[in-house]
Design a binder for this molecule. Sequence first.
Ligand SMILES: [Cu+2]
Length: 342
Amino acid sequence: MNILLILAVVFGTLVLVRLANVAAIASKLSEENEAAEQESANRWNSIGMLTFLIVGLITMFYLINAYSPLMLPVSASEHGVAIDNLMSVNWIVLIITFLITQILLFFFAFKYKFNKNRRSFYFYDNNKLEAIWTIIPTVVLAALIVTGMREWNDITNKSDKMEGLKIQIYAKQFVFTTRYTGADKNLGKTNFRLITDANPIGVDSTDKASADDIISNELVMPKGGEIELVINSRDVIHSVYLPHFRVQMNAVPGMTTRFFFKPTMTTVEMQKETKNPKFEYVMLCNKVCGVAHYNMKMPVRVVEMDEYNKWLKSQPLVFPLATDSTTAAPTATMAAATTVLK
Ligand SMILES: [Cu+2]
């Protein structure tokens, strides 16, 4: 704090001295000197503009190169490849536009600095020019938006129309829980009134479909399986974010959201791809949902179908066969209020 104060006093004094100098010089200047001073200032400003352009561009490309190893590896899902392609197209358009506009802006500031022998060219109106700078951005932006919307519709339509391997992701502050279907391929109904320590996501034990439901604190998926995430939240809005699969969908209390996708690379394959033997997929909460939000995540594994089936058998049922009636039996009113999972 003391150093800051000293620095403030020193720099404050320097500024005052400098201002006094400027005032003294200005008062001495004749009209001719003023013109020469102005020209020199313009020259230095224009050189500053050009330097800023060059240093800025070099820094930009250096940083892009330096940080690119921290970017996500190739997509581990089918639709993710299309998303990555869209993203690349967007970046190419953005970078080209950025380079053209910024180079012109700073280079013109350098080249067309004030020159008393040059008159600026004045024109009142130019329809052709206005048409060009209106139509080109409109066409490019419309093309980007339409292709993006088509891709997004394609991805989300699957969630509405197709049936996959249902996996429920149940979010609460600050943990995720997963629930898998048993042989009946259906998830039993849930109701928040049935939530207890032994039944953390409120599965309705009277629903036949819940008898073989399996619960876990890990998201394991078979490679090549059509996965249908069935997403719910107990308390606030969370977001299920699987960056390596280019998947993100909000978990909203009171409603069910879905995401349909197909993992294409096992964890082992991704470890080889990234040349990182410690690589693990992860699911993160991507909505600031409270104080421990930063820590809300779940380990994710993608394995071959055989291994997946073996793993699933080793996981506990939501209702173990010797059910504790005090923790699991719902009342008639509770059953009536049960949320229906399609
Ligand atoms: Cu969260």
